[in-house]
Unconditional design. Structure first.
Length: 289
């Protein structure tokens, strides 16, 4: 047998092994489900048909892992449906109850900026103690959004970012962004061109975003740029520094009103940008300053 045939045989064995692992996983899942919820006779007959289908796919040559995955998923959905029906029967079959594993595929839950973490058009908050790395994390996320590259294993929508700061100068923000970009190998001009920083200190405006229930001059400036460049992400650093002086952000109702006010102002200009506030947490008592 030549080397090419040996490689083909080795690959075939590898595929068969992977297929058998899928079948074993499905069998273990079914055994656990049936132990807690013994299926009725008619379900057992249907179960045997699914197991026979698995064997047919497994014996096919060449081994097709996609077909194997599809057959296993069909079997698992059947097992979940049997279990769900028995659970509901024991509970009196009430209306308004659903088992996600038995439901047909739904429309996407949300339009994600950062898949699974930050949604478009919705405010989010990045919280940590002082010097906990909020700025670095927010900057790194901004760079990955600017590049349209996955961050921490989750896809990012590509687009422009407005990174606003109540305390840092544009030079400080640029220095941090350029350092992080070099370390992340995202320091291409085309990527950096997607990030615009706005420093409240350098505008000469108060960093407060809401004044007397309305957008402040600083927020109006942010909105002008938002309307012009159509960012997908607006970073507001920090929540407390951009809140009214008398705002008690410890009270959830006050914080919610403030955050909703900012979000509403952004949405009123037709923007669906994700809004990310950064927020300092109070350090535990006795912690180092």
């Amino acid at each position: 047998m030549n080397e090419e045939n040996l490689e083909e045989n080795a690959e075939a064995v590898k595929l068969k092994k992977a297929a058998m692992e899928m079948i074993n996983h499905a069998n273990v899942f079914a055994a656990d489900a049936y132990t807690a919820y013994p299926p009725p006779p008619e379900a057992l007959l249907e179960d045997k048909k699914h197991l026979a289908a698995l064997q047919l796919v497994y014996k096919a040559e060449p081994c097709d892992l996609k077909a194997m995955k599809k057959a296993c998923d069909n079997y698992l959905r059947f097992v979940c449906k049997v279990k769900a029906d028995l659970i509901d029967a024991r509970c009196g079959n009430p209306p308004g109850v659903a088992h996600v594993s038995t439901m047909p595929e739904q429309e996407p839950y949300a339009d994600w900026l950062w898949d699974g973490w930050i949604r478009m058009g919705v405010p989010s908050m990045l919280c940590a103690h002082g010097d906990g790395g909020k700025g670095i994390l927010a900057t790194t996320l901004a760079l990955h959004v600017a590049a349209g590259m996955p961050y921490l294993g989750h896809d990012c929508k590509q687009g422009k970012i407005l990174f606003t700061s109540a305390e840092d100068s544009n030079g400080e923000q640029a220095s941090r962004t350029q350092d992080v970009a070099k370390n992340a190998e995202l320091n291409e001009i085309a990527i950096l061109d997607n990030i615009i920083t706005i420093s409240a200190v350098e505008t000469g405006l108060s960093p407060c975003l809401i004044e007397n229930g309305k957008p402040s001059p600083f927020l109006q400036l942010i909105l002008k740029y938002c309307d012009e460049v159509k960012p997908v992400l607006i970073i507001l650093d920090t929540l407390a520094a951009m809140a009214p002086d008398d705002a008690d952000l410890v009270r959830s109702a006050v914080a919610t009103k403030y955050i909703v006010g900012v979000t509403t102002a952004v949405q009123k200009i037709g923007s669906n940008a994700a809004i990310l506030f950064t927020h300092h947490l109070k350090k535990p008592q006795g912690a180092n300053p």
